[in-house]
Design a protein around this ligand. Structure first.
Ligand code: HEM
Length: 129
């Protein structure tokens, strides 16, 4: 049985001297690798404590890079823990999305009401002349 890593454990390993990364549901100990990383240590540090899958995939890492992963494996990330890791970026995006929906539904009332008002104004003025 492989180890199951919790969100708390993942977050506890977020310093340069002790760093774990979550990529595609698996947790890797990159402490020894971080100094050798061709992309530098800062990008890896920035991905600690949350799901690094997107950042890892966006770079388009080679098969050679992927082949390094198994040696660093700590264990599987507990799926039920994923929700505790909502990144700041995801939270901000959600906030933006709900703001957009709100704005959209305001427009839903605003546009027909304006048209209705314009119609009655037109009737009023054209009728009284
Ligand atoms: C354990 C995880 C990782 C491993 C084993 C790894 C390994 C590698 C390797 C071998 C390269 C050289 C190019 C290649 O073969 O694809 C590379 C490049 C790079 N990596 Fe990673 N990487 C990891 C995580 C990350 C993360 C989380 C980021 C965050 C954005 C990242 C960003 C980059 C960037 C930007 C480069 C390009 C560097 C350049 O060409 O100037 N890597 N990585």
């Amino acid at each position: 049985m492989s180890k199951v890593v919790t969100a708390e454990e993942l977050k506890a390993h977020s310093s340069k001297n002790d760093i774990w990364l979550l990529i595609s549901g698996k947790v890797y100990n990159v402490t020894k690798f971080i100094d050798e990383h061709p992309g530098g240590d800062e990008v890896i540090l920035a991905e600690s404590g949350h799901d690094a899958t997107e950042a890892f995939e966006d770079v388009g890492h080679s098969d050679e890079a992927r082949a390094l992963l198994p040696d660093m494996l700590v264990g599987n990330f507990e799926k039920s823990e994923a929700s505790k890791l909502k990144s700041a970026a995801a939270a901000a995006q959600e906030a933006r999305a709900s703001a957009a929906i709100e704005q959209g539904s305001n427009m839903m009332y605003f546009v027909p009401l304006t048209l209705l008002g314009a119609y009655f104004a037109w009737r009023y003025y054209s009728g009284s002349m």
